[in-house]
Design a protein around this ligand. Structure first.
Ligand code: TMP
Length: 339
């Protein structure tokens, strides 16, 4: 029990404390404590807890609007958020757009070299073992998650990358890489958990490539507090535009799901159309992919459910990519989520 006796401390980690609020929700408290290299390096970053809480809240809100279900419920205070209880999947998912950190080291790449398409990596969440890198076979052998759960987790992680990369560009930041954790809600749904902050992401200034994340602490670069404040200021400034630009769609709506073969899959129809266009003199055409559109009339439009329908039935995720938009009324409100 805490001092006020009203909630139970469930877990204290390196950067956060999780409390049972006693009403079916948990409260996450963000600390100023910082560790690196499996806890071997320790320190405190003044106001990190506040920055990480408020940055995470803004980014979780944005992701929810974009159809990524998260554990975030609401902000309780500068350092605390209310979340949905999750059984954490013990797999950390890292997505990388630019070589940095352990990827640069492991593959001998210079930091700053773009990696495309984005690289997704899995790590076994185990402090005792130092979070070793694993793959889908290890996940299966260790029974960490089902194949279906991992398909969902990987699709969501790549979607988070699309949404956050765009959002960070609004903040004049480059999203270099980041780490996500997912969990199972009581109803079995997979939700994005943990935090999204300079502790768990690499953010570089878009103009100068200055590091504005925990690497300043890991590598003793100085100016750590300023970097976290800087990211919070930029995210806070951009958040109202995200809310205005991407309103949640409620009431009757139409979903349009666009399905194409994955870029890595041969598309003979697309190739034939491309050749025919070029033969007709349209030399500017550098690629054609032929797909289909599925139009769904819905009483209530939840991006998450449209994504689920697309993934489970409409598209074949093994060979096809899909994107969708949800249009309400005259189509003035459009919601597009690349997957
Ligand atoms: P890495 O390059 O050190 O493997 O880190 C990849 C990303 O994951 C980077 O954005 C920082 C984040 N990360 C964590 O959130 N927790 C960790 O323990 C580590 C090692 C990295």
């Amino acid at each position: 029990m805490t001092g006020d006796g009203s909630r139970n401390k469930l877990h204290e980690g390196k950067a956060k404390i999780v409390w049972d609020a006693g009403d079916g929700t948990y409260v996450v408290e963000f600390k100023d404590d910082a560790t690196a290299f499996d806890g071997k390096k320790r320190g405190r970053i003044r106001d990190k807890g506040r920055c990480n809480n408020l940055i995470s809240a803004a980014l979780f809100e944005l992701l929810e609007r974009e159809g990524v279900p998260t554990h975030y419920v609401r902000t309780l205070s500068d350092r605390e958020m209310v979340v949905v209880p999750l059984e954490i999947v013990m797999v950390e998912v890292v997505v990388r757009n630019v070589a940095a950190g352990s990827l640069a080291k492991r593959l001998g790449l210079e930091e700053g070299v773009p990696v495309a398409p984005p690289v997704l990596e899995l790590y076994y969440k185990s402090d005792a073992l130092g979070d070793p890198m694993i793959n889908r076979y290890h996940v299966r052998a260790l029974g960490l998650a089902s194949d279906e759960e991992m398909d969902r987790i990987e699709a969501l992680a790549l979607r988070v990358n699309d949404v956050l990369s765009r959002a960070m560009a609004d903040c004049d930041l480059r999203l270099i890489d980041f780490k996500l954790e997912f969990g199972r809600a009581r109803d079995g749904r997979i939700l994005l958990g943990d935090e999204i902050s300079p502790d768990t992401c690499r953010f570089w200034d878009a103009a100068t490539n200055e590091k504005l994340d925990k690497d300043r602490f890991r590598r003793d670069l100085g100016g750590v507090e300023d970097a976290y404040e800087q990211v919070l200021r930029r995210v806070t400034a951009a958040a109202p535009t995200w809310r205005a630009a991407r309103p949640a769609v409620s009431g009757p709506a139409q979903a349009r799901v666009y399905i194409t073969l994955k870029k890595t899959v041969l598309d003979p129809q697309g190739a034939a159309v491309e050749n025919a266009l070029k033969a007709l003199g349209y030399g500017e055409v550098s690629g054609v992919r032929v797909g289909k559109v599925i139009i769904l009339d819905l009483a209530e439009a939840s991006p998450e459910r449209v994504e689920e329908m697309s993934r489970r039935l409409l598209a074949n995720p093994v060979i096809e990519d899909f994107t969708f938009e949800i249009v309400r009324g005259t189509g003035a409100r459009s919601h597009s989520v690349p997957v």
